[in-house]
Design a protein around this ligand. Structure first.
Ligand SMILES: [Cu+2]
Length: 147
């Protein structure tokens, strides 16, 4: 019995040490003075990680966009002023928007496993205004980081 318990404990602790929780704040203004932004805009993660969006300032949400996430990855949609978590199960790119402010550029790009293979799908998804332009720039930045 003791052996069984310690085996379970070892498995549990190794899983816990591999997966990270990455916290992203939803802000009215960041330290650089940019308004209506996520605290991180280019988020590098791995399968198994959780991205936790925090309602640090009011009237924001975080959600994925249809067609702008990897195949097989479950979408997510947080409510305004609520914390929401996105559990990563697939490698690739996910565009995240704040619905009220995406046209002002309140978006983020999650890059999982350094996999940019769905970049064209993300660029073809229904993104709007400054948010669309920023997602495009973040994909370019992610590509540049890799080369
Ligand atoms: Cu917002």
């Amino acid at each position: 019995m003791y052996k069984l318990l310690s085996a379970v404990f070892l498995i549990g602790s190794s899983v816990a040490s591999l997966a990270d929780t990455i916290e992203v704040k939803m802000l009215n203004k960041n330290d650089a003075g940019d308004r209506m932004v996520f605290s991180q805009e280019l988020i590098h993660a791995e399968v198994g990680d959780v991205i936790r969006f925090l309602p640090t300032d009011r009237n924001h949400n975080a959600q994925s966009v249809k067609g702008a996430l990897p195949d097989g990855q479950k979408s997510f949609k947080g409510k305004q002023n609520k914390e929401v978590e996105y559990t990563i199960t697939e490698s690739g790119l996910t565009a995240v928007i704040c619905a009220p402010h995406q046209t002002m550029g309140m978006v983020a790009l999650i890059v999982v496993g350094g996999d940019l293979s769905n970049a064209q799908e993300v660029l073809g998804a229904r993104l709007r205004g400054k948010g669309k332009a920023k997602i495009k720039a973040l994909i370019e930045e992610a590509k540049a980081n890799q080369s």
